[in-house]
Design a protein around this ligand. Structure first.
Ligand code: NAP
Ligand code: ZN
Length: 350
């Protein structure tokens, strides 16, 4: 067993405690990673607060992990001690089904093992990145290219890949008008990636508070949606909308912002249902789509693209004792644009 300091949520919604947790001895295909930074994703908050239904406690959240390999199992071939690597939302999958073979492990027929709030195929509860170490199968550790610092790379492992998938699938490229709803962790990565892919990008945020950042990150337009006149003016404008909002949204209104054949790809996971009339999609042959993270090959492709284009997340680094407060700030929309925990600050009381 490997013992490591971690931030543990003892029960739903409770404050974090620094405790020592155990990871399994390395299997043949495992790597041990010394974690340097872990991003705070809104999905961590949804799960710690049981907003998606019953969760496994005690919980060590964190699926935006960046660090350095510190030990390898006997059969490991992809990584070696000293390699800079990242881990995202998954730590295992069957490796044999059509989806795994196609590099879409998130759709594994046996069920991919999630990085935390999940169970490995051995039945053990998984523990995530708010910790100083993690053990994962080498297949689920991706290489962080030299050009990317580990703090700005960590959020790419969830926020980055989650918006990369629908941008690539639905063709964000020169000549395409892309709107990003919700300018937070996922949203700011969608703006950076869509603009690097050559699309014309608009930010749709609730207020004008982050207007200057929109242009700085690559958007050519910024609209405050609290003004209902704005949504009327934007009717029929976009080829692709990436909806990253963590709360319920009037879907029909946003479908109306699409051009004919346009797509709204939803990645935000609030609990309410989408509501829209059939005519909202039938009339313009529009698509309401969803998108779930991304597979390991696509994650590596996205990281390599980010390194090539000098793209990292825009982060605010915090210490372990600031995580509870950071959760409140994320929910209040007070983050620019991702909190990243410096895991060296996790101190277990004697
Ligand atoms: P985040 O940093 O909190 O950003 C969400 C943004 O949504 C906020 O910045 C805010 O943007 C907007 N928003 C928040 N509350 C709102 C409200 N009541 N009404 C309208 N807009 C509101 O969260 P995140 O980490 O980017 O995650 C966003 C969502 O994606 C979460 O639900 C998360 O669970 C989900 N997610 C899904 C996947 C997937 O695979 N599909 C992966 C990761 C995360 P403005 O301030 O600009 O309005
Ligand atoms: Zn996430």
């Amino acid at each position: 067993m490997t013992s490591t300091p971690a931030l543990v949520a003892p029960s739903a919604g409770a404050a974090f405690e620094a405790r020592t947790v155990e990871h399994r001895d390395l299997r043949d295909d495992d790597v041990l990673i010394d974690i340097t930074f872990a991003g705070i994703c809104h999905s961590d908050i949804h799960q710690v607060r049981e907003e998606w239904g019953s969760a496994i406690f005690p919980m060590v959240p964190g699926h935006e992990i960046a660090g350095v390999v510190s030990a390898v199992g006997d059969g490991v071939t992809r990584h070696k001690v000293g390699d800079r690597v990242g881990v995202g939302c998954m730590v295992d999958s069957c490796g044999e089904c059509e989806f795994c073979k196609n590099g879409e492990e998130q759709f594994c027929s046996k069920g991919a093992v999630m990085t935390y709030n999940g169970r490995g195929y051995d039945g053990e509860a998984t523990k995530g990145g708010y910790a100083q170490q993690v053990v994962v199968s080498e297949r689920f550790a991706v290489k962080i290219p030299d050009g990317l610092e580990l703090d700005v790379a960590a959020p790419l492992l969830c926020a980055g890949i989650t918006v990369w998938s629908p941008l690539k699938r639905w063709g964000a490229r020169p000549g395409k008008r892309v709107a990003v709803i919700g300018f937070g962790g996922l949203g700011h990565m969608a703006v950076k990636l869509a603009s690097a892919l050559g699309a014309e990008v608009s930010v749709l945020s609730r207020t004008d508070a982050k207007k200057d950042d929109g242009a700085a990150l690559g958007a050519t337009a910024y609209h405050a949606t609290s003004d209902p006149g704005v949504l009327r003016e934007l009717k029929g404008t976009f080829d692709l909308i990436i909806n990253t909002v963590s709360a319920d949204l009037p879907m029909q209104t946003y479908i109306g912002l699409l051009r004919p054949l346009g797509v709204i790809a939803n990645v935000g996971l609030p609990t309410g249902n989408y509501e829209f009339a059939p005519g909202a999609v039938v009339g313009g042959s529009r698509v309401v789509a969803g998108s779930n993270i991304g597979g390991i090959p696509a994650t590596q492709e996205m990281l390599d693209f980010c390194a090539e284009h000098g793209i990292g997340a825009t982060v605010e680094t915090i210490s372990a004792d600031q995580v509870d407060e950071a959760y409140e700030r994320v929910v209040a929309g007070d983050v620019r644009y991702r909190f990243v925990i410096d895991t060296s600050t996790i101190a277990v009381p004697a």
